[in-house]
Ligand binder design. Structure first.
Ligand SMILES: [Zn+2]
Length: 192
């Protein structure tokens, strides 16, 4: 399965590298993107990682290679492209496959960064999508580290299942005794 096909699928769904990159380099006003991170529905360890990504606080291989700290600059997950922020989270074949698997169980398009920034933050769906987006970044980063340290990675469908379990646990905690029928109906629709 080639990158072209995966990229094509995602681009058709509006998941453009450019839109994500604009957000990652913080070209948006701080108050626009920060709500995606500093949202109390997000799983804490997940949004802390997203915050570090946005603030260029991660030592990606492309950067380390320039500093002479490693022998090559290739992505640990696909071994095809230089490991940069935008490659790892937005363009890497592995990340795209995880996103596609997540779309599959949610039955909806994977959230774009811009769609979240421009969405209605009070809607349950928006909160869930923000939780999912942060969870995807976190789990891709974990698999990247798994590849670096243990030379192995989980298959995308397993990572997607892990993300689903994490998101389900978090949402059940946040909803608590919420008896809103619309919320319950929507949650069941996405299999949670
Ligand atoms: Zn890659």
């Amino acid at each position: 399965m080639g990158m072209t096909m995966l990229s094509g699928q995602l681009l058709r769904k509006g998941y453009t590298i450019r839109s994500g990159y604009d957000w990652l380099i913080a070209s948006k006003p701080v108050q626009s993107w920060s709500i995606i991170v500093w949202n109390n529905w997000n799983i804490p360890k997940h949004f802390i990682l997203t915050w570090l990504i946005m603030n260029d606080g991660m030592n990606f291989k492309g950067k380390l290679f320039k500093w002479g700290c490693c022998d090559d600059d290739l992505c640990y997950l696909c071994h095809r492209e230089i490991e940069t922020t935008e490659h790892l989270f937005l363009a890497c074949e592995y990340s795209c496959r995880v996103s596609t698997e997540v779309e599959s169980w949610m039955g909806t398009t994977f959230p774009t960064l811009n769609s979240l920034i421009n969405g209605n933050k009070k809607h349950l769906q928006w909160r869930v999508l923000a939780v999912v987006l942060n969870a995807v970044y976190y789990n891709v980063w974990m698999q990247r580290n798994n590849a670096r340290v243990n030379a192995m990675i989980l298959r995308p469908e397993h990572v997607a299942k892990r993300i689903k379990d994490m998101v389900a646990k978090r949402l059940k905690f946040k909803l608590g005794g919420n008896s809103d029928q619309n919320a319950i109906f929507w949650m069941r629709n996405i299999g949670i």
